[in-house]
Design a protein around this ligand. Structure first.
Ligand SMILES: Cc1cc2nc3c(=O)[nH]c(=O)nc-3n(C[C@H](O)[C@H](O)[C@H](O)COP(=O)(O)OP(=O)(O)OC[C@H]3O[C@@H](n4cnc5c(N)ncnc54)[C@H](O)[C@@H]3O)c2cc1C
Length: 328
């Protein structure tokens, strides 16, 4: 029987939306490939909600509920995943793309002699992950892939609008799993943990993103976007130009050399819509563009467009939104 394993990432005890989205996608693939079983793995505590309420479909989720695993520790996570893959005879391992998966997946692929595929992957009609394809060169061509090894690791970009419905049907069985300690473990120490900004929402997880580019004019210009994002409960994103200028941190860069995002609502403010930027935006459910140039390429992908100066349009939008929220 084909067995798929989904690595469900928690951060600070909260299951990541992108992981729930990956779980749902793998459930769909399994439903199309007769008889495939979906198994999940969580390393570290999940504090807020029962795991079974967060995930759709049927399957077993192994939970290593140990405080030691709350922060990402490469050695421990590697050991946990490799032992479960052997125990369950897993043929395909799925991650949701994140800084953790970009570190762990290549390491596992070497250790397990597994094929590794990442990006905006689509699977063949039968749903079986063997034979997947993805857009390349910023969407100008499509490449297909046939894994050559017994195990394949997929690092999935989020699906359009990131589907994180909770389980209405199916049964999720949560089973404990232990990390087998080794004598060398006490030689490992966390050297330093860097938190860039407290309480800032990760753009890869955000349901609403308000992104700005060169048209915002300066780092001070982004204050408008921060205000709008705060009102909407969203996150601020940036084009590479804004990041290269030092207006915004690299963690907020969206696109080919930044993050791939999949919010329900994406605002592109003073962003031209270069292919390298749009490569990271394609999975957004609704795109709203504000740009003073009505020929800007971003309008070709926008669902709603406003031709105008961001410094005039955004304050009006913020005022209207405040009025709207007051009445709610
Ligand atoms: C290998 C490679 C990788 C790259 N990776 C990325 C990436 O990951 N992410 C990324 O974003 N870019 C990436 N780029 C850069 C990309 O090609 C563009 O240069 C960049 O996205 C442009 O940023 P921008 O839209 O902010 O600026 P511009 O292209 O200069 O556009 C500014 C826009 O703002 C509008 N504007 C100006 N003033 C106003 C105003 N007052 N009100 C309203 N609108 C206004 C203009 O009409 C224009 O459309 C990459 C490039 C290369 C070669």
């Amino acid at each position: 029987m084909t067995r798929f394993l989904v690595f469900l990432e928690q951060r600070e005890g909260v299951l990541k939306k992108s992981s729930i989205d990956a779980w749902n996608r793998v459930q769909e693939i399994a439903a199309l490939s007769a008889g495939a079983m979906v198994t999940g793995l969580i390393a570290g505590p999940v504090d807020r909600q029962p795991i079974g309420d967060l995930l759709a479909g049927d399957g077993v989720v192994y939970h290593a509920n140990e405080e030691l695993l709350r922060p990402y520790r490469q050695e421990f996570y590697t050991r946990l995943v490799t032992s479960l893959i052997k125990q369950e005879s897993i043929s395909a391992l799925f991650f949701a793309d994140s800084s953790l998966s970009r570190d762990l997946a290549p390491r596992l692929s070497v250790l397990l002699k597994a094929s590794l595929l990442s990006g905006d992957l689509l699977f063949n009609r039968q749903g079986h992950p063997d034979g997947s394809f993805r857009p390349v060169y910023s969407g100008l061509a499509t490449a297909s892939f046939l894994p050559q090894r017994n195990i394949t690791i997929y690092n999935l970009s989020p699906s359009r609008g990131m589907v994180t419905r909770s389980s209405a049907d199916g049964t999720i069985q949560v089973l404990p799993i232990e990390l087998h300690q080794q004598s060398s473990d006490n030689l490992l120490a966390e050297v330093r943990r860097i938190v860039l900004r407290q309480n800032s929402l990760d753009i890869a997880e955000a349901g609403i993103i308000v992104a700005g580019g060169r048209g915002m004019g300066s780092s001070a210009g982004f204050a408008l976007l921060e205000e709008l994002a705060a009102l909407l409960g969203g996150a601020v994103g940036a084009s590479r130009f804004a990041v290269d200028e030092g207006w915004r941190p690299h963690a907020e860069q969206i696109g080919q050399t930044g993050k791939t995002v999949a919010p329900q609502l994406y605002f592109a403010c003073g962003v031209s819509g270069a292919p390298q930027h749009l490569a990271g935006v394609a999975s957004s459910a609704i795109v709203v563009a504000i740009n003073s140039d009505h020929d800007a390429p971003v309008f070709q992908v926008a669902d709603f467009g406003i031709v105008g100066d961001v410094h005039l349009v955004l304050p009006k939008l913020i005022e209207a939104l405040k009025e709207f929220l007051k009445k709610k």
